[in-house]
Design a protein around this ligand. Structure first.
Ligand SMILES: C[S+](C)CC[C@H](N)C(=O)O
Ligand SMILES: N[C@@H](CCS)C(=O)O
Ligand SMILES: [Zn+2]
Length: 328
């Protein structure tokens, strides 16, 4: 008799969800709706220091809404970021591990509680450790421009990502989620790092896009995905935190450029002003729009669909209902 596998793969979660799994929504957005002050160099990760209970609460809200994948609070949690707040390396590393622990605890307690209602329609969610781009750490809006300047090369980006990646992996997430990657150089750095560190946990890499054609740097997705396709450590590739109206054609483009699973979790359409540190009103979409978006994106070939900034648990509930035909 074979041993029962303790873990579930990304592919199994997609299958169990009926062919298209639900990613959670804007983590920072929901923290703010609960009153968290995140106008801070660490952005949403400041709650790892100030209010870890709120982090868990937000994870539980997204699980309740039907998320099959939870993205952790580590998007803008970095060792240099923690050091500049006067924390030690050890304290910073503990906070990174805590980001995974909080999501795993939320997932486990939600799943255990479901045993009391055997007829439930939920899946056991995966925990994806968020790895925000270098631009997120810079906190200058460059995750939406891809402009890192002439001094930033692939080695610098690998140095930036290496220790956080190692620590997050040690904490035992199910997945790694590289988020808001804005250029080819950083995609290259992530791919090389996964290989150099011999990472065994599957990853997804998501790019931003502002024109719906290319990465924000202006480099084509053909070039960017060419790098990613060579790596067997990356199980899914896609777009996050771009406006929803760009997503349909980007899925079609990605379908032509890769055989990997496609993941999309756009923001609401509002635009981040990196200088003023606020969302600017733009052509924005509400939860009702996501019902139609979700089925169109699934039909176009996306295998993981969710929301990013300015979307909330109610958006995820709409997506879950549209994709699974239930009201989790
Ligand atoms: C995804 S953006 C809205 C995150 C915040 C940004 N990196 C900043 O710190 O300004
Ligand atoms: N997952 C991130 C946002 C990425 S743009 C967060 O909400 O913390
Ligand atoms: Zn976002």
């Amino acid at each position: 008799m074979g041993l029962k596998k303790a873990t579930t793969s990304l592919e199994e979660v997609i299958e169990k969800a009926g062919g298209c799994a639900v990613v959670d929504g804007g983590f920072a957005t929901q923290l703010e709706r609960h009153g968290a002050a995140i106008n801070d160099p660490l952005w949403s990760a400041v709650c790892l220091i100030k209010d870890p209970d709120l982090i868990k609460r937000v994870h539980l809200e997204y699980l309740e809404a039907g998320a099959d994948v939870l993205v952790t609070s580590s998007y803008q949690a970095t060792i240099p970021g923690f050091l500049s707040r006067g924390l030690s390396i050890e304290e910073g590393e503990l906070l990174l591990k805590k980001s995974v622990k909080l999501a795993v605890e939320a997932r486990n307690s939600f799943w255990d509680a479901l045993k009391l209602t055997p007829e439930h329609q939920y899946n056991r969610a995966l925990v994806a450790a968020s790895i925000g781009s270098y631009g997120a750490y810079l906190a200058d809006g460059s995750e939406y421009s891809g402009c890192y300047g002439p001094k930033v090369n692939v080695d610098k980006l690998k140095d930036f990502h290496r220790r956080r990646l190692q620590v997050l992996v040690e904490a035992g997430p199910d997945l790694l989620a590289f988020e808001t990657i804005p250029n080819k150089l950083e995609a290259q750095a992530c791919v090389e790092l996964l290989e150099e560190e011999n990472i065994q946990i599957p990853s997804w890499i998501c790019f931003t896009s502002v024109d719906g054609e290319n990465a924000p740097s202006g480099e084509s997705f053909k070039e960017c995905l060419g790098i990613i396709n060579k790596s067997n450590k990356i199980h899914a590739v896609g777009i996050n935190c771009a406006p929803p109206h760009l997503i349909q054609s980007l899925i079609c483009k990605f379908k032509e450029l890769t055989n990997k699973a496609i993941v999309v979790y756009p923001n609401s359409g509002e635009i981040w002003d990196g200088k003023a540190k606020r969302w600017l009103p733009a052509k924005s979409f509400d939860d009702d729009n996501f019902e139609c978006f979700a089925t169109s994106w699934r039909d176009a070939g996306a295998k993981l669909i969710g929301g990013c900034c300015r979307t909330t648990p109610s958006t995820v509930q709409v997506i879950s209902k549209a994709l699974k035909g239930n009201s989790c």
